[in-house]
Design a binder for this molecule. Structure first.
Ligand code: SF4
Length: 241
């Protein structure tokens, strides 16, 4: 099933972070251009997601020592020490693919020909927007896990740590994301539309210490049905460190 995601704001601070801003003065002119880039991005973006969860089938270690985690009824194999650690103890895995759609790429192409600075600002706005969309999708996985009496940690994407990008084809296939979302891969495993994110989230029998910072500081709070229901996932948990 395809979920339409509601992303109606993007934090200007986040956009500045993607631009490499380190506290330099932001002129009123730049502020206005940033706000215009964000507004245009929210206008042309069509944030959508495909989500599914799969039980963990088995954990094995390859001959070269690489851990592998396989899912039930799914060809996706998650390999590497980083994802093995992230999903240690998980009983199931939520899988997500999110995209802002082709309109954002079309706008980036148009700006590349007409307004190079506008393209840079729009690209940063779109990067912030796809992370917001991924937060919205992750909140749906949190709710899915909670409906089954399970608890989540946070999303982990191919390319993080030593989880290889070459798991992307099976991840997208597990969600039928090419057909449903129009997300395809280049030969180097980059997604098209470019503002797309894939990730997995662990589902656990018990709450994961430090998985979330608490509702007030949680990136998922705008979409989280647990928070809205007054049954937060982090009740009584302390943060790591
Ligand atoms: S910390 Fe709060 S807002 Fe974040 S996922 Fe948990 S319940 Fe939802």
């Amino acid at each position: 099933m395809v979920e339409q995601l509601k992303v109606d704001s993007v934090d200007r601070t986040e956009v500045l972070r993607y631009l490499g801003h380190r506290g330099q003065e932001v002129t009123p002119e730049l502020e206005a251009r940033l706000d215009a880039a964000v507004a245009r991005c929210l206008e042309v973006a069509r944030p959508r997601a495909c989500l599914r969860s799969f039980d963990v089938a088995e954990r094995t270690v390859r001959g070269d020592g690489t851990p592998e985690l396989r899912l039930k009824d799914c060809a996706l194999c998650l390999e590497g020490a980083s994802i093995a650690e992230h999903l240690a103890g998980a009983v199931a895995v939520g899988v997500m693919a999110v995209t802002l759609g082709v309109g954002v790429d079309q706008e980036l192409r148009r700006l590349s020909l007409t307004d190079p600075l506008g393209q840079v600002l729009f690209d940063a706005a779109a990067t912030a927007a796809i992370e917001r969309a991924a937060d919205a999708a992750e909140a749906l996985l949190v709710a899915d896990a909670a409906a089954g009496g399970l608890h989540t940690n946070w999303r982990f994407s191919p390319g993080y740590g030593d989880l290889p990008l070459f798991c992307q084809p099976t991840l997208l296939a597990a969600l039928d994301a090419q057909r449903r979302l129009g997300v395809t891969l280049t030969p180097s495993m980059l997604m098209v539309p470019t503002k797309s994110v894939t990730a997995v989230v662990g589902y656990f029998d018990s709450p994961q210490v430090g998985a979330r910072p608490g509702c007030a500081a949680c990136n998922l709070r705008d979409w989280c049905t647990l928070r809205k229901a007054g049954t937060p996932c982090t009740g009584g948990l302390r943060q790591k460190g």
